[in-house]
Design a protein around this ligand. Sequence first.
Ligand SMILES: NC(=O)c1ccc[n+]([C@@H]2O[C@H](COP(=O)([O-])OP(=O)(O)OC[C@H]3O[C@@H](n4cnc5c(N)ncnc54)[C@H](O)[C@@H]3O)[C@@H](O)[C@H]2O)c1
Ligand SMILES: O=c1ccn([C@@H]2O[C@H](COP(=O)(O)OP(=O)(O)O[C@H]3O[C@H](CO)[C@@H](O)[C@H](O)[C@H]3O)[C@@H](O)[C@H]2O)c(=O)[nH]1
Length: 443
Amino acid sequence: MRVTVIGAGYVGLVTSGCFADVGNDVVCIDTDPKKIERLTHGKIPLREPGLDAIVARNSTAGRLKFSTSYQEAVAHASVIFIAVGTPSSEDGSADLSGVLSCAHALGEKIVRDTLVVIKSTVPVGTNDQVLAALQKELHQRDTNVQVRTASNPEFLKEGAAVDDFMRPDRIIVGVNDAAAADILRALYLPFNRNRDRLFIMDVRSAEFTKYAANAMLALRISFMNEMADMADRLGVDIEEVRHGIGADPRIGPHFLYAGMGFGGSCFPKDLRALVRLADSIGEPALLLRSSLQVNERQRGILFEKIKAFFGGNVQGKTIALWGLAFKANTDDMREAPSIMLVDLLTRFGARVRAYDPAAINNARQIFKTTQGITFTASAREACEDADVLAVVTEWLEFRSPDFEWLAATLTHKALFDGRNLYNPAFVRASGLQYFGVGRGQSN
Ligand SMILES: NC(=O)c1ccc[n+]([C@@H]2O[C@H](COP(=O)([O-])OP(=O)(O)OC[C@H]3O[C@@H](n4cnc5c(N)ncnc54)[C@H](O)[C@@H]3O)[C@@H](O)[C@H]2O)c1
Ligand SMILES: O=c1ccn([C@@H]2O[C@H](COP(=O)(O)OP(=O)(O)O[C@H]3O[C@H](CO)[C@@H](O)[C@H](O)[C@H]3O)[C@@H](O)[C@H]2O)c(=O)[nH]1
């Protein structure tokens, strides 16, 4: 099938690469000419395991092309996916300007009957707005070309995005008509063969399913973080509790990790958007608001522990920081918990020596006006001349450090584990003080 994808970000590139990989002929367009120029030369603008290979082999095979041209987008295919960003507006609602500008640009140029599929995460009712924008442009052109829209929200996780797309837990398709359902069923067949993971529903329910999924996952994390903060005060180890409750199949073991709060490009912004959507219909959204509040508090948790360790004053202290990205296996810094930690530490006069295997370039941009942060070329180098170590991202290379070397190197011999990666007793036996999240210490 011929497919066009609009947006060459995470979702756009993974969608384009995976569709091409199963034999479709894909054009991916983006309004950022530098990004398209780089992609045309085989350079992937983000770090995502497996994506380089998939883009390279499909570009070489001629099944995947990049362009900045809407003309090319509409000429190429009659199935067009919109996968542009929907960031938070100032009031927290989803900023739909990118999606709607795609709709207008498509409506100005579409030359044949076309199915426009919205893959971006959008509030309930957006499909209707996109359809109206398309029809307005077509009406002005006085053409009898027919457009239809469908909703197909994406559920990939960064760091595992290619695998998530290739072997999805579910494919949500929201349609207004059977013909659109048939097209999407055929397109997704290679990813759904013998698996029956395709859920076809009405458009509004599909739009809402995406937000409800993210909200549910974010709530689980906030719940565990709240339990962890209680655990610290009660002398309880939240890791034991996690195993204990996760064994109940009604709860399940996944997504129960306490830590520094959820970050990334989706949960925070999608929860805010859902709260605004609730406001717009007069619903209180009490759980969603609480989840965001718990998360905000949790982002400061490691700072509070470090501050307490130094008797309430971090002025002049040097903190080694392992991990900047919002989670492992990505260079994405969007809403990373490291941002608040670095801001607080440096604002209160500490110096930060930070290392991340992938996100340093993106972090340099974020911290370009921050005084007191330096970046190092290795995890060990970050610890040289440091008083204590804070572990912020769960990269594999941080999982099994030489604790004795750390004890000999860190002036104040303390490890703050923002991801509960380590066995406290083992760390302590190496001569380090250990502080995790919810490990039964309220220092
Ligand atoms: N990142 C994820 O893990 C993820 C997962 C599932 C769903 N989503 C959702 O998918 C959407 C895209 O997210 P992302 O992380 O890929 O975004 P992104 O910011 O990485 O990329 C968006 C791309 O769209 C381009 N763009 C913006 N306006 C455009 C326009 N009018 N025409 C053409 N190109 C345009 C930008 O230049 C950018 O390259 C969002 O709604 C997001 O919530 C993201
Ligand atoms: O038990 C857990 C699991 C995750 N996190 C944090 O939650 C955030 C989000 O993690 P994750 O869900 O793995 O990353 P994303 O790539 O943001 O993916 C989420 O957001 C995407 C965009 O909507 C969805 O498509 C995915 O299904 C959804 O998992 C990160 O800060 C994690 O550190 C925890 O604190 N504890």
